[in-house]
Design a protein around this ligand. Structure first.
Ligand SMILES: [Zn+2]
Length: 185
């Protein structure tokens, strides 16, 4: 029997140090947890440009008891008297990527150019979600109790240019501009 190669079961000092450091780094990193929010979770209310006065109008569900993507919507502008109503069984282009609302096809109030693209948000909650996603060092998915691992979440449906880390700083600048518009509305 030859000599077995001696292998220490104790981690060396350097590997221990490394493990502690990497754990600390992960702990301090900015984390976005994909809670499987869907776009429809963010579009009520939805801020749009009023077709009459070009001010900010709000689209929201008509009834507290009827929520969801296909629930009837009302459009109300407090800057003028413009009102509109939407009720239908279908929304065309469910996964639209342009900066318009799904019901009246009006330009979103919260939109700014971002390089060759347009960054937009339906409301402040949606903007908060985008900021959290883009600024995160770690993007973590969580499992939905009912749907399991799904790619239907708003985070997984984001366009590639928003997911791309090389655009992070540019997008965060646009997010800041959107916040100043939202806070002054
Ligand atoms: Zn108006």
């Amino acid at each position: 029997m030859g000599f077995a190669k001696r292998r220490s079961t104790q981690p060396t000092t350097s590997s221990l140090t490394y493990r502690v450091i990497s754990k600390l780094r992960v702990k301090n990193m900015n984390r976005h947890i994909d809670k499987q929010e869907h776009f429809e979770d963010f579009n009520d209310p939805c801020y749009v440009v009023c077709p009459k006065c070009s001010g900010c109008a709000v689209i929201s569900t008509v009834s507290e008891n009827e929520k969801g993507w296909f629930a009837p919507r009302k459009l109300v502008c407090t800057g003028c008297t413009y009102r509109d109503y939407w009720e239908d069984n279908a929304i065309s282009r469910l996964w639209r990527r342009d900066a318009k609302d799904d019901y009246f096809n009006l330009p979103l109030w919260l939109q700014v150019p971002c390089g060759k693209n347009v960054l937009f948000a339906y409301n402040k909650e949606h903007l908060q979600f985008l900021e959290s996603f883009v600024s995160a060092d770690i993007r973590q998915r969580s499992r939905d109790d009912e749907a399991g691992w799904s790619n239907r979440s708003a985070a997984s449906r984001l366009p590639d240019w928003i997911k791309s880390r090389k655009n992070k700083n540019r997008i965060l600048k646009s997010v800041k501009r959107l916040w100043s518009i939202a806070d002054n509305t």
